[in-house]
Design a protein around this ligand. Structure first.
Ligand SMILES: [Fe+2]
Ligand SMILES: [Fe+2]
Length: 168
């Protein structure tokens, strides 16, 4: 059954990200699998960040006036993850430089997910009504379906201060 809280959809994506980074490590000797695992995982990381920036963080900012610093941290983290993905794209799959960039992506993403899970997701669970959670859950999953494969989203870094201004 589809979760009815956007925060649970985000948590489920995080679980999937952890499993796919583990799958990459298990496929170390198989460049074909690495190529397809990474293509799927990197696109999904982009779409997840875009969905959070389009739907989740603007609403967190409205519902919880103390969320400005956490939101700026999240945008900075998303930029770091995007940069590491860009770096990986500049190297042949399974080269040392590719692994270095993939490991940097995993490191940045793992830290970021831990922070989101300890801060913003809990803050939103406390601040949002069940109706708002449900409304955002369906918008979030529609966004991820519409933009699957990172179709039609911006993968450019965002200025954290400008983002807060635009969404306050
Ligand atoms: Fe995030
Ligand atoms: Fe997330």
């Amino acid at each position: 059954m589809q979760p009815t809280r956007v925060t649970d959809l985000i948590r489920l994506d995080h679980i999937w990200f952890r499993s796919q980074f583990a799958a990459l490590q298990s496929a170390r000797d198989d460049p074909g699998s690495l190529t397809s695992l990474w293509a799927t995982l990197s696109a999904r990381l982009e779409v997840h960040a875009a969905a959070e920036e389009t739907l989740f963080y603007p609403r967190l900012l409205k519902d919880d006036s103390d969320s400005v610093d956490d939101t700026k941290d999240a945008i900075r983290d998303h930029n770091e993850i995007r940069d590491a993905i860009r770096d990986a794209e500049g190297h042949p799959v399974s080269d040392d430089a590719w692994w270095k960039a993939v490991n940097a992506t995993e490191h940045a993403n793992t830290e970021h997910m831990d922070e989101e899970e300890k801060g913003p997701l809990i803050e939103f669970d406390d601040a949002a009504s069940s109706g708002e959670q449900e409304e955002l859950a369906s918008a979030f999953s529609a966004f991820e379906t519409e933009h699957a494969g990172a179709r039609g989203i911006s993968i450019e870094d965002k200025d954290p201060e400008g983002y807060i201004e635009a969404n306050s």
